[in-house]
Design a protein around this ligand. Structure first.
Ligand code: ATP
Ligand code: MG
Ligand code: FE
Length: 346
């Protein structure tokens, strides 16, 4: 089926068009530049930016795919989780299109969309299920057990405080690096020693494991970095930026992959899928490759433009729902900022 996907859960306005598992267009506009001076995504600013970006992005996607609105079989839209006002813009636009064009609409889960992105890969391989999936972005850090993309996704764990990307952004800020800080930390860390400072691995102690085996916590790590940097500054010493960045990055990568591979082992699932913007991180990719190889786990990382927020992954999940024979969503759904991952279609 020919599906249009609309994604507006955070700062990216994403319009994607797929035919089944074939990517036809993936147009992404981000309002990140407007948020940079505030040091974080400002919900009102994001919502307004979506309103401005949607129509041109839609036209560009249709042109890129070489299709018309009339040819679409259905419209898929992210209804949650995400920023409420931002989601509402995409949901409103999708409903308007569905009504005007008299097309079925599928309201889908953003996080499951990240997993669905994998079906669009062009390397001839396809996702094998069940799989463990680790989604790491500015707003989410979630470990999922995906048995079936359209009907069976289980949340194994998630962050109990900051998301992984948020931790990168906060540590970058305290090191005086620009927002969003993830790419800057990544770059600075390349020149440092990851073993220089042993930062804490949150929720890894045996006392935490009973309740939080697959959960993550990054706020303690961020505080530990802040204290360490402060102590250096108080002592009148130079802060070894590269070593701090490398040691922090190592801690995040270690925490994420230790838990993800523990889940693979515990559930007997030799597959790990990564998604979300933090997957751009060089050390996370490297350590994922090392640990997966050592454990005999197949590692899948979709291309980066399908890892960060985009409309194509939403269209792809919509196509999977259509192909599986699921009925469309009724038009009374609304944006749900806390949509649970178990609700694949709203
Ligand atoms: P959502 O959480 O809704 O998916 P988002 O817009 O917050 O949306 P993404 O756009 O997927 O998330 O990712 C942005 C985050 O990824 C930012 O926190 C950014 O710092 C982080 N990031 C980007 N590149 C890197 C990198 N190389 N290393 C670490 N973090 C990175
Ligand atoms: Mg983003
Ligand atoms: Fe996302």
């Amino acid at each position: 089926p020919l599906i249009l996907g609309i994604e507006t859960s955070c700062d990216e306005t994403g319009i994607g068009i797929v035919r089944g598992s074939t990517l036809l267009a993936n147009v992404i506009t981000s309002s990140m530049d407007e948020h940079a001076r505030y040091g974080g995504v400002v919900p009102e600013v994001a919502a307004r930016a979506h309103l401005e970006a949607l129509e041109p992005a839609l036209r560009a996607a249709l042109a890129e795919a070489g299709v018309t609105l009339a040819e679409l079989d259905a419209i898929a839209v992210t209804s949650g989780p995400g920023l409420s006002g931002a989601l509402m813009v995409g949901v409103g636009a999708a409903k308007a299109l569905a009504v005007a064009l008299d097309k079925p609409i599928y309201a889908v889960n953003h996080l499951v969309g990240h997993v669905g992105a994998d079906v669009l890969r062009t390397d001839g391989t396809s996702i094998e299920l069940p799989t463990i999936a680790l989604l790491v972005s500015g707003g989410h850090t979630s470990l999922l057990l995906v048995r079936d993309l359209v009907s069976d996704v289980e949340l194994l764990g998630e962050t109990i405080d900051d998301a992984a990307g948020e931790a990168f952004d906060k540590v970058a800020r305290l090191l005086g690096l620009p927002y969003p800080g993830g790419p800057h930390i990544d770059r600075v860390a390349e020149g440092g020693d990851p073993k220089a400072i042993r930062f804490p691995r949150g929720l890894s102690q045996s006392k935490d494991m009973a309740k939080h085996r697959y959960d993550f916590s990054f706020s303690g790590l961020k505080t530990a970095v802040a204290r360490w940097v402060e102590a250096k500054r108080d002592a009148g010493e130079d802060v070894p930026m590269a070593d701090v960045a490398a040691s922090f990055r190592e801690a995040v990568a270690d925490i994420l992959l230790t838990k993800a591979l523990a889940a693979c082992a515990a559930y007997g699932i030799p597959r790990l899928l990564l998604g979300g913007g933090v997957v751009a991180n060089a050390r996370i990719r490297e350590l994922a490759a090392e640990r997966c190889a050592a454990a005999g786990v197949e590692l899948r990382i979709p291309p980066l433009e399908l890892c960060t927020d985009n409309g194509a992954m939403i269209a792809a999940l919509g196509a999977q729902l259509v192909q599986a024979g699921f009925p469309p969503s009724t038009l009374d759904f609304s944006a749900d900022s806390t949509l649970p991952v178990t609700t694949i279609q709203a």
